[in-house]
Ligand binder design. Structure first.
Ligand SMILES: NC(=O)c1ccc[n+]([C@@H]2O[C@H](COP(=O)([O-])OP(=O)(O)OC[C@H]3O[C@@H](n4cnc5c(N)ncnc54)[C@H](OP(=O)(O)O)[C@@H]3O)[C@@H](O)[C@H]2O)c1
Length: 273
């Protein structure tokens, strides 16, 4: 089920995530006048207001007054204040609430917003800004299957979705795909430095590494083979790739990844406390 065309959708926060998701909704055919963006300093200069005539307001409460769906897209440290401000209107109207805030548990959101509100937690990642993201999702029991389908449709407009069975799994999603773009950029940085060391210029190093990551990711997405099988395909015995991979394995690359991702996972748990 897609988001109903006449749904009134409000974003609290008008930054990267709100803008990307609002663009996804517009792409799905939701009319601009059904989308409202709210933040204290927002004005007609917001790109979606200029390009698409989306509504903007500096008043969070007014923005939620007629909303069927409210997306909380502010930084986690701002959320207690914003939730306190919205509690009354949310209790009165009982819209579907989607929180993007990293590390804020459903129990905490329920304490702030009050009981019997359908709430979904979502952990998207930065490539949603290019509609190439992935979002982990978890719903509280008040979310009906019809509402769940609407949330899925919203987040699918900016990438792919993965519903987890236990809320704690969102910490694992955070450590893998939430933080993942950062790991990939680090790998690209390291490969670029190695390319410079071999005498390539910076422009060539950027071109070669970017296209290699893009091409390899597209191959993995298009193939039914596992990454291990794809790797075996590019490793001829005694060849160059095998020589490179053998150094990665000797230097314990798998242990480095496991430890790094575990650190991110632990940090996600700590931030929620
Ligand atoms: N970026 C990511 O990769 C990513 C990934 C997963 C989850 N998230 C989550 O998504 C949420 C939004 O992140 P983001 O990257 O979009 O942040 P962002 O670009 O910094 O946007 C935050 C927005 O909140 C607005 N704001 C500040 N105080 C407010 C208030 N009292 N009421 C309403 N709006 C207010 C800000 O307005 P001003 O700019 O005028 O201050 C800004 O528009 C965060 O909770 C983050 O944890 C982000």
């Amino acid at each position: 089920m897609t988001v109903p065309a006449d749904s009134k959708i409000t974003f609290i926060g008008t930054g990267n995530m709100a803008t990307a998701l609002a663009q996804g909704l517009l792409h799905q055919g939701i009319a601009p006048h059904n989308i409202t963006l709210a933040s204290p300093r927002v004005g007609p200069q917001h790109p979606l207001c200029q390009q698409d005539d989306v509504r903007v307001t500096p008043d969070n409460t007014i923005a939620v007054e007629h909303a069927d769906m409210v997306i909380l897209a502010v930084k986690p440290q701002i959320l207690p204040t914003v939730a306190g401000e919205l509690r009354n209107v949310i209790q009165r109207r009982k819209p579907l609430v989607i929180s993007l805030a990293a590390g804020i548990r459903l129990s905490t959101l329920t304490d702030w917003l009050g009981k019997n509100i359908p709430i979904v937690r979502s952990m998207p990642n930065l490539p949603v800004t290019l509609r190439a993201g992935v979002s982990g999702l978890y719903a509280n029991p008040t979310v009906t299957s019809a509402l769940q389908a609407q949330v899925d449709s919203l987040l699918s407009s900016v990438g792919v979705t993965l519903w987890v069975e236990r809320e704690e799994m969102l910490d694992a999603v955070t450590a893998i795909s939430g933080s993942g773009p950062g790991y990939i950029f680090l790998m690209q940085e390291a490969m670029e430095q190695a390319a410079l060391h071999l005498g390539l210029d910076a422009t060539s190093a950027r071109l070669l590494t970017t296209q290699t990551f893009l091409g390899a990711a597209q191959m993995a997405a298009a193939s039914t083979l596992s990454p291990a099988d794809l790797r075996a395909q590019v490793c001829s015995p005694g060849g160059t790739t095998e020589a490179g991979i053998s150094t990665f394995e000797q230097r314990q690359i798998r242990t480095i990844f496991r430890d790094a991702i575990h650190s991110a996972y632990q940090r996600s748990i700590e931030l929620a406390q």
